[in-house]
Design a protein around this ligand. Structure first.
Ligand SMILES: [Zn+2]
Length: 652
């Protein structure tokens, strides 16, 4: 495979399709040659804005049959031309399929190959597992025949059969399947390993069903039971099995949300695990309406109405644990899309020590909680762990000598000894009404779930001015912008400076999987992104990167921890607030005179501890360019986070 042929191939296609002209092609080729790292020509055209990323994907999809696997992988920047050439040489000797050789020799992982082919070629990725596929399609098909062809027929829809194949580009397998089923074949993709495993299990399962001849026995054996509130009759199709599969696997994978989304030509199922969406499986498009109707029926929603967005809930018992599923439908141009939030019936209340704070943050935050009055703000976007921090703070403060009263929306955990109230928008009982009544309850500590508007901010300030300690959260990006927004919504600066004692901002980062994390040397560009830390001597630290193994679903991460920064409102900060400094100026003051360690620096510290990766920190931590105005060395940052304080921090 020569240099020219690869370049010209995609180039010619783009020319032929009229997406670029001859002049642009030449410019792209020149640009490509100048690059030190190999970038596929299609990608160069995207970078030069000759074509869009979508254009390129469409073209790759359209010409998939004319592109060889090797070419495709090069165009997707998964492999270099040299690597493909080496693999092709190897293929001449061993005579296996190129995909197999690439995987066996460690050029790519199989799941990587499957995911990329699926996304780039628009071929559904379907897990070849019993429960997810329709066993009726397999009647009369022999197990060795499927093992030999490395494929598994999964669904029949009138005139077509969906077949899961390890190589969906193989004309030979497609032809064999067409001859077998005498109809159109819709290819889907899965790894060869999963297909072979799937064939074995599905055929074992079929034998078991034939022996039992009773569907209920079979479901009980799977230890999965959806608590059915309306008890519609069981149908003979496998829709219910598919639903059970999707829900029970989500729970086994510790997902927090399930998304079932109709795309143009398939149904996509994704899980949110540790805050990140994972493409679990696809399903044929035709299954969508039935699947979603069955789910809606279970939640007691209106099945006939497919144009209105609806919300419902469903109880599930899986592996002897109860779960509350909040189901919400959204009418899209391709049909109804469903998202399901999975809530365990009983959550655990966390201790401050379990939140993943650095030793310095934990110590400082406990000190702040110990101050008898004033407002303690926790800031961050949705799903940044603010509520968990507030509850852990209450748990820390809760004792027989203090009266704690809360107003929340909604009450997510109940804490013994704490008086908890819940706002109710329907009856017009909002935060402000509650706070007025709370003050008459003679509390020591008040927790207000969230500052929503001027009225609730006013009420929080008033409660603090009358000598109470108030814990609350605010939906802003970081510490300084929380203070700024308070005066933007109309709270006088002298009131802010005299009531707020600290702002903590936080994010959740994924923690590296302890089973597979690998030490590595971060690139100069990654270290440069931590521009407030200087100098960094990478050889003095051990950084780790995510790899992926069976334990972590191949993600390289398991679980989450927090990144945080605390801005203490000391005398200098009070002046900064009274003088209405900008957020950038405020941060400089806090860093110079208050020893503020930014969220990004906190993340850097956690990366040096092997808790998370530098890339993951950059993904979630907010960035303030003014932080680089007060630089600290990596050594100082680590020391500060470990409590060897930089200067004497004044708390109040
Ligand atoms: Zn792992």
């Amino acid at each position: 495979m020569g240099d020219k042929s690869t370049s010209l191939r995609i180039g010619e296609i783009l020319l032929k399709e009229g997406l670029i002209d001859e002049k642009q092609l030449q410019e792209a080729i020149v640009k490509q040659r100048k690059k030190t790292v190999y970038v596929p020509l299609g990608e160069v055209c995207v970078q030069l804005r000759f074509i869009s990323k979508t254009d390129l994907q469409e073209i790759l999809k359209k010409y998939k049959k004319r592109l060889y696997l090797g070419d495709l992988l090069v165009h997707m920047a998964l492999l270099s031309r040299e690597e493909v050439a080496q693999a092709l040489e190897l293929q001449k000797i061993v005579g296996k399929k190129l995909g197999e050789i690439l995987i066996e020799n460690g050029y790519i992982t199989e799941s990587n190959l499957v995911n990329t082919l699926s996304i780039q070629l628009g071929i559904p990725k379907i897990i070849p597992a019993p429960g997810l596929i329709d066993p009726n399609v397999l009647r009369g098909v022999s197990k060795p025949f499927l093992q030999k062809n490395d494929c598994l027929p999964a669904y029949r829809d009138g005139e077509s059969v969906t077949v899961i194949m390890s190589d969906p580009l193989s004309e030979e397998t497609l032809r064999t399947m067409r001859n077998l089923f005498k109809c159109k074949i819709e290819p889907a993709i899965a790894s060869s390993e999963d297909i072979q495993k799937g064939i074995k299990v599905v055929f074992d399962d079929l034998r078991m069903v034939d022996a039992a001849k009773d569907k209920s026995t079979r479901c009980a054996a799977k230890n999965v039971l959806i608590v059915d509130v309306n008890s519609p009759e069981r149908n003979e199709d496998n829709i219910e099995d598919i639903l059970n599969f999707i829900i029970s696997n989500a729970i086994a994978d510790e997902a927090t949300d399930i998304h079932i989304e109709p795309m143009e030509n398939m149904l996509r199922v994704r899980y949110r695990i540790d805050g990140v969406l994972l493409h679990k499986t696809d399903l044929p498009f035709f299954l969508g309406p039935n699947l979603i109707s069955r789910l809606k029926a279970l939640c007691g929603l209106d099945i006939a109405d497919r144009r209105r967005h609806q919300d419902g809930r469903l109880g599930a018992r899986i592996m002897n644990k109860g779960f509350d599923l909040r189901v919400s439908t959204y009418a899209t141009i391709n049909g109804e899309s469903v998202s399901i939030r999975i809530l365990p019936n009983q959550s655990k209340l966390m201790d401050l020590e379990m939140l993943g704070f650095s030793p310095a943050v934990l110590d400082l935050y406990k000190n702040i909680l110990g101050i008898p009055s004033g407002v303690v703000l926790v800031a961050g976007p949705s799903n940044s762990g603010k509520t968990t921090t507030l509850y852990a703070s209450l748990k820390h403060l809760n004792d027989m000598h203090k009266k704690i009263v809360t107003v929340e929306d909604p009450v997510e955990y109940t804490i013994d000894g704490v008086i908890q109230g819940q706002i109710d928008e329907k009856t017009g009982l909002l935060y402000t009404n509650f706070i007025k009544s709370i003050l008459r309850q003679d509390p020591d500590i008040i927790m207000v779930g969230e500052i929503r508007d001027k009225a609730s901010a006013d009420a929080v300030v008033e409660a603090s001015l009358t000598g109470h300690k108030v814990l609350t959260s605010f939906h802003t990006d970081d510490t300084s912008s929380a203070l700024l927004r308070l005066y933007k919504i109309g709270i006088e600066t002298f009131l802010i400076s005299s009531t707020v004692i600290s702002v903590m901002a936080q994010r959740l980062v994924r923690t590296l999987c302890p089973m597979c994390k690998e030490p590595y040397t971060p690139g100069a560009d990654i270290l440069a992104a931590f521009d407030s830390i200087h100098p960094i001597f990478p050889e003095e630290h051990t950084f780790y990167t995510a790899r992926g193994c069976l334990e972590c679903n191949n993600l390289g991460f398991r679980g989450r921890t927090s990144l945080s920064e605390i801005m203490v409102v000391n005398n200098d900060m009070r002046d900064a607030i009274l003088n209405r400094l900008s957020t950038a100026q405020m941060r400089v003051v806090a860093r110079k005179n208050g020893g503020l360690i930014s969220m990004r620096e906190d993340g850097f510290y956690k990366a040096t501890k092997g808790v998370t990766s530098l890339e993951e920190v950059l993904r979630v931590a907010s960035y303030n360019d003014s932080d680089a105005l007060v630089k600290r060395s990596a050594e100082e940052i680590v020391a500060a986070c470990e409590m060897e304080k930089i200067g004497q921090t004044q708390y109040v």
